[in-house]
Design a protein around this ligand. Structure first.
Ligand code: PLP
Length: 390
């Protein structure tokens, strides 16, 4: 059975070039970057080259890039250290955030007594920036705003430049979870004045187990993992040299091909919208995901029937797809994002499906999905008819 992979927001396949670069590093550059001898220094140079490459992409200084193990660690570090070391007493966020952000915030509420205020999105998943401004004006407490750049389930994009300006005007710090947009969009942090951002290499054909945090120097943020002086003492622990090299190679490939990849993926997404709309009667799309301004890699569909087993049924037909974010897909509760954008009736009677693409996705993959969905919805009607006749 030919397999079809449509879950690129969960993770992406590694590029061959990334694998080659990593294998070469593992074979040739096994030195500990903290060692002063040549083995260590060669490994150190590899890390510093990638740091400079990332800094150039974001238009920041290399000292503002801290390598971590993943997006989750970067977001934890930023939120928890803002409270523990920068005196943040209040966090403004939204219920649309990834769990690694929302749980870090709740942890700070429980353990440090931080006040947490959520901006509830409308049914399209939009965050009202007037409401944000009102909240920023309403308190003198030292505030951190944490709002993700692009949502991993519905692909809505927020205007992080505007939010950063609002935060600056009201003396608040601004963290944006940029895990879904890093290396997929041009990001110039000399213009977009976010204080903190996060990245995970496996979202753009790099390896798992490596990411980075952007930490604007002026904030003075400290780390939460203590030990040696690695990563300018912000993140102790021997560096994942091969992983960092893999991140660098994946970033290089993404930047070299960004316009072509974006054009191809948008074309695939348009094709998916067109075919699903034509073939699955009553299908809808959630949030802003079917609109041009959304993240081009994500399409969130709503099937007009309830089928909690749809992921499993598609998997049995060789199609890998998720219903929400990968980390909540095993959960029995519907995702918070879906609870925000769907009506109660839709929650009871419909099935969300997240289709996410990469430059490796082909129109034939979409055809396979549409055919499988047609078979499944036919199964469903038969089952339903049987039940009704019993
Ligand atoms: N933030 C967002 C928006 C994500 O989509 C993910 C991964 O699904 C993460 C954070 C966590 O990244 P990682 O898997 O590297 O921990």
């Amino acid at each position: 059975m030919d397999k079809v992979y449509l879950d690129n927001a969960a993770t992406t396949p590694l590029s061959e070039e990334v694998i080659d670069a990593m294998v070469g590093t593992m074979k040739m550059n096994f030195g500990n970057p903290s060692s002063t001898h040549s083995f260590g220094q060669e490994a150190k140079i590899l890390i510093e080259n990638v740091r400079r490459q990332v800094a150039d992409y974001l238009h920041v200084t290399p000292a503002e890039i801290i390598f971590t193990s993943c997006g989750t660690e970067s977001n934890n570090m930023i939120i928890k250290s803002s409270v523990e070391h920068l005196g943040v007493e209040r966090i403004i966020s939204s219920p649309l955030e990834h769990k690694c952000v929302s749980e870090s915030i709740l942890d700070m509420k429980a353990r440090k007594g931080v006040e947490v205020v959520y901006i509830r999105p409308n049914e399209k998943g939009d965050i009202d920036l007037n409401k944000l401004e009102e909240l920023l004006k309403a308190s003198d407490k030292k505030t951190l705003v944490s709002l993700m750049h692009a949502n991993n389930e519905i692909g809505n994009i927020v205007d992080i430049k505007k939010i950063a300006e609002l935060c600056k005007a009201h003396n608040a710090l601004f963290h944006s979870d940029t895990v879904q947009t890093m290396a997929h969009m041009n990001l110039d942090f000399s213009d977009i004045r976010v204080d903190f951002a996060s990245c995970s290499a496996h979202k753009f054909h790099g390896p798992k187990g490596v990411g980075f945090a952007f930490i604007r120097k002026s904030t003075g943020l400290k780390g939460i993992i203590t030990g040696g002086p690695q990563e300018r003492s912000l993140r102790a622990g021997t560096e994942n040299v091969a992983g960092i090299v893999g991140l660098g190679k994946a970033l290089e490939l993404s930047l070299d091909h960004m316009a072509d990849y974006a054009r191809h993926i948008q074309e695939i997404k348009d094709y998916a919208i067109e075919r699903l709309s034509a073939e699955i009667s009553g299908i809808k799309f959630n949030g802003r995901s079917a609109e041009k301004e959304s993240l081009y890699t994500v399409l969130s569909a709503l099937l007009p029937y309830k089928n909690p087993l749809i992921g499993l049924q598609l998997d049995m037909k060789g199609i890998a797809i998720s219903q929400g974010s990968a980390c909540s897909s095993g959960a029995s509760k519907p995702s918070m994002v879906m609870m925000m954008v769907l009506s109660e009736d839709e929650m009871d009677h419909c099935t969300p499906l997240r289709i996410s693409f990469s430059h490796m996705t082909a129109k034939a993959d979409i055809d396979a999905l549409v055919n499988a969905l047609k078979e499944i919805s036919a199964d469903f009607v038969i089952e339903k008819t049987n039940v009704e006749h019993r």
